[in-house]
Write a protein that binds this ligand. Structure first.
Ligand SMILES: Cc1cc2nc3c(=O)[nH]c(=O)nc-3n(C[C@H](O)[C@H](O)[C@H](O)COP(=O)(O)OP(=O)(O)OC[C@H]3O[C@@H](n4cnc5c(N)ncnc54)[C@H](O)[C@@H]3O)c2cc1C
Length: 401
């Protein structure tokens, strides 16, 4: 019998079949323990109901409702997989879901870049096209390099998914975070380049902005995914990740496994296969990648020595480590792509090379800054400020000049 509910369900008002993850009581060593199992629940089942459609900021084409389960008798044959093994199924669905989301975001980046470039070329101010001003050129160049990296990450990760035999949960999480953040930057800059018309409902930018925003929130918020990336998916699927989870619970015993993990995951599963014998034109980019991967390895090791099990709560460090993981993976993705093109003597590869080298240089600088801030930072001050603001219930300095 299924009881409970879930808010925020996409297609909740129109779907006929739902994948539901619910706690199921199971015997474990004499005691009872709740474990997650997966079920197929049908709209026609007695006790099923869905709420009214949510009024959302964006993605109005998508129906979102709450679901209620009131004493639903779910037939045994509607259980997906084995009893108590639902968490793994949920994680696998999320891996593909995050990739799908990232692919959609890449499409958004490409469309917005095209629109922004068109506007930059056509809109004239101060006697010339606004696209000739360097502040606009900088925006277009950053949007293009971000889009190129996002595109490359999605291609690489979908190729990993197609292999069927490897756990790509970290790669798909890295993709989701990078690409949804990239789309948000791109939509922001496209709106800025559009100027006043960007703010009008008659042009596509405001809808793009409303629609893009959700990608940082659903399929795992970007904060939760950064924690997951930094802690290497403690509770995630796959035997290796389970070992990491155990190692994190007992950091001394699992030390060797943990210290190299974040770097080796990127370096071995992806880079080892693809980065050997890279084309000489990518020499500098490969050096940047190696330096970042090495820095990540050392920083992970030092964070574990410093915090031990306490790393689980050290989110300032987790955020930085996750961003280095993401940037390092993005570097691999663009390098692998351009390397292939160079080796095939692909027409126009110099354009790819320009985008790739520019992106890698920027990503390396970000990674270097994040790694330096592992030791020297304002974490203590920021923590104090946040706590002070909570105590004061907000901003209190308007009138005390
Ligand atoms: C339009 C829409 C469609 C959706 N569709 C579905 C669906 O089909 N199926 C489904 O199951 N769900 C769906 N969701 C739910 C969605 O996945 C969640 O809203 C999302 O995961 C965030 O959870 P929450 O809303 O409870 O936010 P909260 O967990 O309350 O988070 C609030 C903020 O706190 C941060 N935060 C929370 N915990 C931590 C932590 N430990 N460390 C640091 N920061 C933290 C979050 O990152 C976020 O910024 C949908 C949501 C929306 C808005």
């Amino acid at each position: 019998t299924l009881n409970g509910g879930k808010i925020w369900i996409t297609n909740g008002g129109i779907a006929d079949v739902f994948t539901v993850f619910a706690k199921t009581p199971m015997a474990a060593g004499g005691a009872q323990q709740d474990k997650i199992s997966a079920f197929l629940v049908e709209r026609s089942f007695k006790g099923f109901s869905s709420g009214k459609p949510e009024e959302k900021l964006g993605i109005h084409g998508s129906n979102t409702t709450a679901l209620n389960f009131d004493n639903i008798a779910v037939p045994v044959e509607n259980m997906l997989g084995q009893m108590g093994k639902g968490f793994k199924i949920a994680m696998e669905i999320l891996n593909t879901g995050r990739l799908g989301l990232a692919s959609g975001c890449v499409g958004g980046c490409k469309a917005l870049l095209t629109k922004a470039a068109e506007h930059a070329k056509n809109r004239k101010q101060f006697g010339k096209a606004i696209g000739q001003f360097e502040m606009i050129q900088e925006k277009i160049a950053r949007m293009a390099a971000d889009t190129y990296a996002a595109d490359s990450m999605v291609y690489l990760t979908t190729a990993l998914a197609d292999r069927k035999d490897i756990d790509y949960s970290l790669e798909s999480a890295a993709c989701k975070v990078f690409v949804s953040d990239a789309l948000w930057r791109v939509v922001n800059e496209a709106m800025q380049i559009a100027g006043g018309i960007g703010y009008s409902r008659e042009y596509p930018y405001e809808q793009a902005m409303r629609d893009a925003r959700i990608n940082l929130i659903f399929e795992g918020t970007n904060e939760i995914l950064r924690a997951f990336l930094a802690l290497a998916g403690m509770e995630g699927p796959g035997e290796y990740l389970k070992k990491i989870g155990k190692a994190l619970r007992d950091p001394i015993k699992g030390f060797g496994l943990l210290t190299g993990y974040a770097a080796s995951k990127v370096k071995d599963t992806v880079a080892h296969d693809h980065l050997t014998g890279v084309h000489p034109k990518l020499h500098d980019a490969v050096e940047r990648f190696n330096e970042s991967a090495k820095g990540l390895h050392q920083a992970t090791e030092q964070a574990l020595i410093k915090h031990g099990k306490g790393i689980i709560l050290k989110q300032f460090d987790q955020r930085r480590l996750a961003d280095v993981v993401i940037d390092t993976y993005a570097m691999v993705a663009v390098i692998a792509r351009v390397d292939t093109l160079l080796k095939k003597n692909h027409a126009g590869v110099e354009q790819d090379l320009l985008l790739a080298n520019t992106f890698v240089e920027d990503a390396w600088r970000r990674a270097r800054r994040n790694l330096r801030q592992m030791d020297k930072n304002l974490d203590g001050e920021r923590k104090k400020i946040a706590e002070m603001i909570y105590d004061l219930n907000g901003y209190r300095w308007s009138t005390n000049v």
